[in-house]
Ligand binder design. Structure first.
Ligand SMILES: [Ca+2]
Length: 408
């Protein structure tokens, strides 16, 4: 029996050889095609082929040829390698990377998806959100008893493992992106929304539901690059269903565990600071848009808010990506607009899944919101903080970002 090893293989260089000491025959197939868009190009396939020949390989060079000649080369290789036993390749057949700047906005091919690695960014249709690949890992979900501002629904702490890498919206879904969905699908996202309103004279404001308010007109001025707000959980799910129809891919909301993992930006269990960047509330204004000095001075009814001791420049929503990213390269994981997740709300983690999946049993009229918003005080911007909303309610502080399962 011939015993053949594959080694030194790049995407477009396939080589088989016989293990030392058991040599009968060595065969190398070198494919160099400079028009491959998604694969690293061999710098000098002609030299590579010559080098294999010098090493005693029967070499089949297939370099910049048409489909027929490529097939001929593959056939010759198949005949020469017939009966050979292949030992595992020393490099992955999915070695490349995918960059949003170098590819068209179209669904990923199987090869592109296979090649993804953490911090790769892709976009699968025009007007669709950019997706960031985050690594697999484990983390400690919930907050320790010692954490300032901690609330009772953040316990018990537990270790959660995300066994596979997955993709997370680099930003919130923006007003422009939501508009593209509405225009394309005819979806009706309602005309009533909860707002924070100040009293006619000085005094504390309150949250009220108003008609004639929607994502188009949330009660403050927005550019298309701001997060879509006044969207309820059902609206977010409708957007997700549209993305699935449009791309054929596994778009979805993030699970609550995935959200907290992605917001932490850490892949090891441990005790973490309150915010993904540390504990100091003064730094909040570098990493996100929360209730800050400018909100306190310009939002009617907010003059008594115990806001962050800094100025982030925005009283209401801000353009997505205006602040520094976290360790996974994700923007606005704290502040700007609360983010709907898939999970039904429970008032503790007793019985919660530990594999990163969504908790979808129990009372599902309330769904989990995470991350805080432009109107959130520093304690509500803690990564471990949890909030909920009725799935049917819209608020001008609520938005969402996408998740996507990756294959394999
Ligand atoms: Ca702010």
């Amino acid at each position: 029996m011939r015993f053949v090893a594959a080694f030194a293989c790049a995407e477009i260089l396939l080589c088989l050889g016989v293990l030392p000491g058991r040599a009968e025959k060595r065969v190398a197939l070198v494919i160099g095609n400079s028009s491959y868009r998604f694969m690293p190009v061999l710098k000098d396939p002609v030299r590579d082929a010559a080098e294999f020949k010098r090493l005693g390989f029967e070499t089949i060079p297939v370099i910049d040829v048409d489909a027929r000649a490529l097939n001929d080369g593959l056939e010759r290789f198949a005949q020469s390698a017939q009966g050979a036993e292949t030992v595992k390749p020393l490099s992955s057949p999915c070695g490349g990377s995918v960059s949003v700047s170098s590819r068209a906005a179209q669904p990923l091919s199987a090869g592109e998806e296979c090649a993804l690695k953490p911090k790769d960014v892709f976009k699968e249709c025009d007007n669709c959100p950019e997706m960031m690949v985050v690594p697999a890992g484990s983390f400690t979900m919930g907050s320790p008893a010692s954490e300032a501002g901690r609330v009772g629904d953040e316990v018990p702490q537990r270790s959660v493992t995300l066994a596979k890498l997955f993709a997370v919206g680099k930003f919130h879904v923006t007003a422009d992106q939501f508009a593209a969905f509405v225009a394309d699908s005819g979806y009706d996202a309602g005309s009533k929304c909860w707002l924070f309103e100040g009293p006619p004279r000085n005094g504390a404001g309150q949250y009220v539901e108003r008609s004639s308010r929607s994502w188009r007109n949330p009660g403050f001025s927005q550019a298309g690059t701001h997060p879509a707000v006044c969207v309820n959980w059902d609206d977010a799910k409708a957007y997700v269903a549209w993305m699935v129809r449009k791309t054929g891919k596994t778009y979805r909301l993030l699970t609550e565990a995935e959200w907290e993992y992605a917001a932490r930006g850490r892949t090891e269990p441990g005790q973490y600071p309150r915010y993904f960047f540390g504990d100091d509330e003064k730094d909040l204004c570098r990493y996100g848009n929360g209730a800050d000095q400018v909100a306190k001075s310009s939002v009617p009814g907010a003059k008594d808010w115990p806001v962050a001791p800094c100025n982030d420049g925005y009283a209401y929503t801000s353009p997505v990506g205006s602040f520094a990213a976290n360790g996974f390269g994700l923007y606005d994981m704290l502040g700007n607009a609360w983010q709907w997740t898939e999970d039904c709300y429970h008032d503790s983690y007793n019985g919660a899944p530990s594999d990163g999946s969504a908790w979808t049993t129990g009372d599902c009229s309330r769904r989990v919101l995470r991350g805080g918003s432009w109107s959130s005080l520093p304690s509500r911007l803690r990564v471990a903080d949890r909030f909920w909303g009725f799935a049917v309610d819209r608020g001008n502080f609520d938005g969402f970002r996408l998740g996507r399962t990756l294959t394999p």
